[in-house]
Structure formats: C-alpha cells, structure tokens
Design a binder for this molecule. Structure first.
Ligand code: 5GP
Length: 130
C-alpha cells in the first residue's frame, strides 16, 4: 500500500507545497513543532532513509539545504534544525524545524495547531524566499 507521502506526491492528498523537482518534494508538516516545520522527501518511496542510494541521500540533503535557506529567511529563528525520525510514516524524510534552543527540536513537545490559512500563508512566504 502506498504511503501517505506517496499519495501527496501523486496529488491524491493535498499538501502545503514548498518546493519540488523531479526527484524531491518539500511540504509543510501538518502537525508542526514550529511555524515553518517542513518535510523533505524523495518522491520514490523508500521506507528507511539509510536504505537510499548514496547519490539520492546526498541530493536529498542538497535539496533540503535550499529549502532550509528559504525557511530561515522567512521565520525568525537561530537555526534550522534537521532531524530524521521516521517512526510514523514509512517513507524516508527529513524534518526541517526552525529552532532557538535545543529543546525546540524535541518531538515530545506539543505540536502547534495552525489554521489552514496560517499554513497556506507560511508556505507562500517560504516559497517567495526560495
Ligand atoms: P515521523 O515518521 O518522522 O516520525 O513523523 C512523520 C511526520 O509526518 C509527523 O511530523 C507528522 O506530523 C507528519 N505527517 C503525517 N501525516 C501527514 C500528512 O498527511 N501531511 C503532512 N503534511 N504531514 C504529515
């Protein structure tokens, strides 16, 4: 069965898209730790990030770098933290999270509840900074 992220890639489920090319897609996490929390995925479904081919893993990070630059121009923060969890969705992805201190990257923190309008406007602002 395709993952929820594959359904997003195929356009069967909507997302707040940040960037894409033929191999990668970045979109806002629907339950963000912080405003601008973005997921970057390879479009081709692979569960475990360390099962990706070396070149795909490298290019995923290069793609994520471009997206991180745009997030940091958009959201006030000290850094963009990067994390790989992968316990919920079996489709390789990295989390890009605006952070100001180490605790901001804890996935035990409560998630923000943002309206559709807020998510759409954050996504648009990040896209404009790409
Ligand atoms: P992980 O697999 O890294 O533990 O967590 C998966 C992440 O994907 C979570 O942060 C969760 O909020 C996010 N997520 C799960 N389902 C969806 C979805 O349908 N759309 C979006 N945009 N994010 C999702």
């Amino acid at each position: 069965m395709p993952t929820i992220f594959t359904k997003i890639v195929k356009g069967e489920i909507p997302c707040y898209k940040i960037a894409e090319d033929d191999r990668f897609l970045a979109f806002l996490d629907i339950n963000p730790l912080a405003k601008g929390h973005t997921l970057v995925i390879p479009k081709k479904e692979t569960d475990y990030i360390f099962d990706l081919e070396d070149e795909v893993l490298a290019d995923l990070n290069i793609f994520a770098k471009k997206v991180a630059r745009a997030i940091e121009k958009t959201v006030t923060c000290k850094r963009i933290g990067i994390a790989v969890i992968g316990l919920e969705v079996p489709h390789a992805h990295v989390h890009l999270v605006p952070i100001n201190n180490i605790g901001d990257l804890s996935f035990a923190n409560p998630k923000l509840s943002l309206s559709e309008q807020e998510l759409a406007s954050i996504a648009e602002a990040i896209r404009s900074n790409l």
